[in-house]
Write a protein that binds this ligand. Structure first.
Ligand SMILES: NC(=O)c1ccc[n+]([C@@H]2O[C@H](COP(=O)([O-])OP(=O)(O)OC[C@H]3O[C@@H](n4cnc5c(N)ncnc54)[C@H](OP(=O)(O)O)[C@@H]3O)[C@@H](O)[C@H]2O)c1
Length: 311
């Protein structure tokens, strides 16, 4: 059973690429999300090079209710190959390579099971395609892992419509597609989301808060760490978005929620969106974001919000 609502985004838990993340707060954020009713948690080995999954395991120990985990494979930092990107984590250089041979998928699955402390991964996803490795062969391995009970379902991330069709056209269907989608990035509406709707593939929107730009809290005052891409945000862009968000305050008040939950509610109210994966660094953010599920916006409100950001 795949999600139909807010999913906890576990990238900040890894402490890599997100400034100022301490373990205690990260774990409390996941616990707060579960207490607020969130049942799905997204993570990946590359989020903190194993640390994100380990911290999620520590959080799970303190979560009494049943939850489901989605994690990923296909980004390795311990093999040679063409670099996908280079980064630094805890002062160490990491060269990340896209790699998902059948043996590598199996090895990564075992590692994630151990780090997460679970017997089965609820949704196992290809993180990034490399344009060379056979997706059909990867799918065969995933089907075997499913039959062995190591995973329950499998999905993909960041595939374009053509790559997705290369699977679907030979009768191989992922359960889900994770892709960046928000008021600031509506491109997937052109082809990807309609394709997923047609083929009943769950579309899971990641970065629905524009990595924080759509929360109303983005500011030029904040100093980001060198590995945090948000240091490239332009002051004019922040000011323009904050102005637009300020004009949504009365709608948010009507529902007794804040701007972040309103933006997430807009996302969930879009046709073809199964879930919004919202990153939360603190318990307060996790609680605020979880409120989005209870909001059913009117069509006038949706049109107003969409129009504001189309300009
Ligand atoms: N499959 C993929 O390739 C892929 C790629 C990217 C992300 N993802 C997944 O999607 C998740 C979400 O994407 P994302 O983390 O890139 O971006 P996002 O959800 O758009 O933004 C998350 C960030 O916004 C800020 N924020 C969140 N809730 C807030 C609130 N209520 N009030 C104020 N600020 C708030 C926090 O940053 P600060 O507190 O630092 O401001 C938080 O870390 C990730 O965690 C990850 O699980 C997947």
């Amino acid at each position: 059973m795949l999600p139909e609502s807010i999913i906890f985004g576990g990238w900040p838990m890894g402490g890599w690429h997100w400034s100022d993340v301490d373990e205690k707060t990260a774990i409390q954020a996941a616990i707060a999300a579960a207490e607020a009713g969130v049942t799905w948690f997204d993570t990946a080995p590359v989020y903190g090079f194993g640390l994100g999954e380990q911290r999620l395991r520590r959080a799970l120990k303190n979560i009494g209710s049943p939850v489901r985990i989605m994690t990923k494979f296909g980004l390795r930092w311990d093999v040679d190959g063409t670099p996908f990107f280079e980064t630094t984590f805890n002062g160490q250089k990491k060269i990340v390579v896209r790699y998902f041979s059948p043996a590598s998928i199996r090895m990564e699955c075992e590692e994630s099971l151990k780090r997460l402390g679970v017997e089965s991964i609820d949704l196992y996803q290809l993180h990034w395609d490399d344009g060379r490795t056979s997706l059909v062969e990867a799918a065969e391995t995933l089907e075997q892992l499913r039959k062995e009970g190591k995973i329950k379902e499998w999905g993909v991330c960041n595939l374009n419509t053509g790559a997705l069709h290369s699977l679907v056209s030979v009768g191989v269907k992922p359960a889900s597609l994770q892709f960046r989608y928000s008021l600031l990035n509506r491109k997937p509406e052109n082809s990807l989301i309609p394709y997923c709707r047609k083929h009943k593939i769950h579309f899971l929107a990641y970065s629905p808060l524009g990595r924080g730009l759509l929360t109303g809290n983005a500011s030029t005052e904040r100093a980001f760490e060198p590995e945090d891409d948000r240091k490239y945000w332009k002051p004019e862009k922040i000011a323009d978005i904050n102005r637009k968000l300020a004009s949504l305050a009365s709608i948010a008040e009507r529902y007794g929620i804040g701007i972040p939950a309103l933006i997430l509610a807009w996302t969930l109210n879009q046709p073809g969106i199964s879930g919004a994966i919202a990153g939360a660094r603190t318990p307060g953010q996790a609680r605020t974001n979880a409120k989005a599920v209870s909001v059913q916006l009117t069509s006038d409100e949706i049109t107003f919000i969409s129009g504001l950001f189309a300009r």
